[in-house]
Design a protein around this ligand. Structure first.
Ligand SMILES: Cc1cc2nc3c(=O)[nH]c(=O)nc-3n(C[C@H](O)[C@H](O)[C@H](O)COP(=O)(O)OP(=O)(O)OC[C@H]3O[C@@H](n4cnc5c(N)ncnc54)[C@H](O)[C@@H]3O)c2cc1C
Length: 302
């Protein structure tokens, strides 16, 4: 998978198009620095449920969904026993963890989490709303809200750039917002004046997601290949879930963690060391199989 925003196409005038750059060996990229180290001014707040509801009902609901598949009991009786504390927490968690690890995802679609997300850029929200299954969004309107002082996001690389470059960025963004205000003043409707907003413009959303979708989204967005701002958002989301349930929060991890290997094309050089790349895992397996065959035996495939 490539970056969410494709790299700019080099033009003859741009330094990126020079032969020297094209011929240079690809630099080993480090893991992008953890975006959590900077205060980006974005927030994710778990609006619903609170810890009490999660502890009292969420694990019992998921347990009931799992247990119903293997029990003669009616679901309401399984739920009653689970919610009344008649079933050991450890036992419930063990079954749930096993079912999640086996990929029986419908069992965790029965519980949902609602987040208030604020101060994220439109760059982030455009990526976030690409998720379609098991998730609902409502976003602040740029048609109905007339922004008096629209806030913007400043990427760390631009913050750390030369003062000249940073000043030009600020000038460009402030200029766009100033023009927006002037257009509103001249009677241009907000729905048209907003065309001048940069991707850096901040926005607010409400997102409700079931646990299956949340684990899926976290798998993609906590990956070090994800864009820094959305990665930060999912770090905050994971923090919120941990606050209400360390057990459920433990399933929010980069996708390579449950997979056991990395499947990102962009990590073939293994600059991210969280898990070995699948090409290397397969190569190691082929090597092992070859040695075994040379020794007159076949490796078991199951
Ligand atoms: C690191 C990274 C880089 C990216 N780069 C780009 C990019 O350059 N350009 C770009 O356009 N996008 C990019 N994306 C977005 C990506 O392609 C997906 O659109 C986005 O991550 C949503 O994930 P999903 O497809 O798993 O959908 P979700 O809506 O989250 O769906 C969850 C799962 O449900 C199933 N599902 C959902 N809808 C259907 C359906 N209609 N039919 C069958 N199964 C379905 C699939 O199994 C899917 O994985 C990037 C994402 C990441 C994480």
């Amino acid at each position: 998978m490539t970056a969410e925003t494709p790299p700019p196409v080099p033009t003859p005038a741009s330094p990126a198009a020079s032969d020297a750059t094209a011929a240079a060996p690809r630099e080993r990229t480090g893991i992008p620095r953890n975006p959590g180290r900077r205060d980006l001014g974005l927030r994710a707040t778990l609006l619903f449920p609170n810890r009490e509801i999660v502890e009292r009902y969420y694990v019992p609901v998921i347990y009931t969904a799992c247990r119903t598949c293997y029990s003669e009991l009616d679901p309401d009786e399984i739920f009653r026993r689970a919610a009344d504390g008649e079933i050991d927490q450890q036992k419930m968690q063990k079954l749930i963890a096993g079912v999640i690890e086996s990929g029986h995802g419908s069992t965790i679609e029965h519980v949902v989490f609602t987040f208030g997300i604020s101060g994220v850029s439109r760059t982030l929200s455009h990526q976030l709303v690409r998720h379609r299954a098991g998730v609902a969004f409502d976003q602040q309107s740029q048609r109905y809200v007339k922004f008096k002082g629209a806030a913007t996001m400043l990427p760390a690389t631009i913050e750390d750039a030369t003062p000249e470059l940073r000043a030009r960025y600020t000038e460009q963004v402030d200029g766009a917002l100033g023009l927006y205000g002037e257009m509103l003043g001249a009677g241009i409707p907000g729905e048209d004046a907003r065309f001048v907003f940069p991707n850096a413009t901040r926005t607010n959303l409400v997102m409700t997601t079931n646990l299956r979708a949340l684990i899926h989204m976290s798998g993609l967005r906590l990956c070090t290949m994800a864009q820094w701002e959305i990665r930060r958002l999912f770090q905050l989301i994971r923090h919120e879930i941990f606050n209400v349930s360390p057990f459920l929060g433990s399933f929010l991890a980069p996708k390579c963690v449950p997979l056991g290997y990395c499947d990102e094309m962009g990590n073939r050089d293994q600059h991210c060391p969280i898990r070995p790349h699948k090409d290397n895992v397969l190569a190691a397996w082929a090597e092992k199989a070859k040695s075994a065959r040379a020794a007159g035996r076949e490796l078991p495939v199951t």
